[in-house]
Design a protein around this ligand. Sequence first.
Ligand SMILES: Cc1cc2nc3c(=O)[nH]c(=O)nc-3n(C[C@H](O)[C@H](O)[C@H](O)COP(=O)(O)OP(=O)(O)OC[C@H]3O[C@@H](n4cnc5c(N)ncnc54)[C@H](O)[C@@H]3O)c2cc1C
Length: 497
Amino acid sequence: MVGAGPGGLTAAMILAHRGFEVEVFEARDRVGGRNACLELGPHRFDTGPTFLMMRYILDEVFEEAGADSSRCLRFVELDPMYRLQFRDTAIRSSTDHERMRQEIAEAFPGREDSFQRFFAAEGRRFRRMAPCLQKHYSTLGSFFSLDLMRVLPYLSLGRSVFDVLEGYFGDPRLALAFSFQSKYLGMSPWECPGAFSMLSYIEYAYGVYHTIGGLSAISDAMAEVARANGVLIHLDTPVSRVLVENGSARGVALADGSRIEADEVVINADFAHAMENLVAPEALRKYTAEGLQKRRFSCSIFMLYLGLDTVYSHLPHHTIYFADDYRHNVDAIFGSGELCEDTSFYVRNAVVTDDTLAPAGHSGLYVLVPVPNLRAGTDWSREAKGFRDLVMSKLRTRAGLADIEAHITHEHMITPQDWRDDYRVYAGAVFNLAHTVRQMLYLRPRNRFEEFDHAYLVGGGTHPGSGLPTIYESGRIAANLISRRHRVPFTSANRHA
Ligand SMILES: Cc1cc2nc3c(=O)[nH]c(=O)nc-3n(C[C@H](O)[C@H](O)[C@H](O)COP(=O)(O)OP(=O)(O)OC[C@H]3O[C@@H](n4cnc5c(N)ncnc54)[C@H](O)[C@@H]3O)c2cc1C
């Protein structure tokens, strides 16, 4: 297994539970990848994911590894889930439909009935589409399966997430409040395929969770289950090559020069990074350097992690601040590539839910700003300082934290260049290949890798896609493909397909 991110850990813990001998080689000094813990003095931050959606998938993959997620982790369902802050109005999103009605009535009077319309229609779409996200689509036959044929009318082909949501809500800003989730896929709501309108439905139907200790606690718990099942996890052990002979993966070469033979190789390293750096070009036809150039990739993210000697108890757990001209900001990220002064951003203030992340009286703010990926050509070694100051001014003015700079005791920044260099993410595109219609399902790099045999892909760059629940699904799909190939019977804990 190459990499101990959420995708690799899922596959490892399930396969080991089914009796496979599994070894994981992880380049960094800890498990979790983009979902690892980041420590700054006494502060603990999540490097990446802070929203756990579709918790039931996580519960199922633990069950399939012979473990009980609620014994390994302490879950907190957030209600309100998050605050959506426009310049002059706000919505606190809740899974309580009556409360949602009231929130919309207050912020967007006259539009309150639209929520039920949205919820009913997107629920129908989700029930149709969920089985497609759990299949492997390794063959053309599976692509033309009955499930997929049934789902075609629900794909909203030719319509974007924004189009679909504006259809329910009638008001562009209210539509944005339900479409910002396309950023989870690193895409513009004006480009993201309409089918992904179900993302916000999923939150309103199944809730958003935090885990005590941060979402990185999930990676740590997965590693613990994997080790208990017999997996050997080698940290600080980068893989330098996937060994491919006669069209089949035979194992991996490590950076120290040693060779590890394996019957099956699972690649969790960022997909495009792995193609560019870990696979000899002659083993590839589709995903060569030129092939990758033709693909579309997600946006990147500029991150600030701030350790504070105070607690802003009025600031909710999750707040999303919309740019005044949201469309311009999105077009800049995905089009012109410029850095906008009027930018959207997200702040997590987890101390209001979880006091384990900082000493008493202290707290940590996690600030995320979507920015263009490195294809835009920004030189972050020049821009980072100015952009950090811009973000600080947003925290003072938009978030109302006028004295924030006086309270910073620890600070860390991750720019798109750092995602590429330190986290091995192609073009710093942290949400991987874009989820366009041409890069979805059978057309996305497949879990049973199509370029050579005995190789499997897991993680956000493969099917079903970026985001923790779909990444867990990729790990489960790969584990099932390998189990079937070796005729190892298994029972599925999947209760939703
Ligand atoms: C800032 C940010 C916020 C996000 N927020 C959310 C959120 O709220 N909710 C959500 O569901 N998703 C979120 N995501 C998206 C996604 O869930 C995470 O990025 C997730 O961690 C990706 O998992 P992965 O398994 O695909 O890859 P990774 O987490 O990147 O794991 C890949 C692993 O492979 C290792 N590796 C790479 N190359 C090698 C090599 N040569 N040898 C050995 N090991 C190697 C890496 O070190 C890494 O540990 C967020 C992502 C980011 C970056």
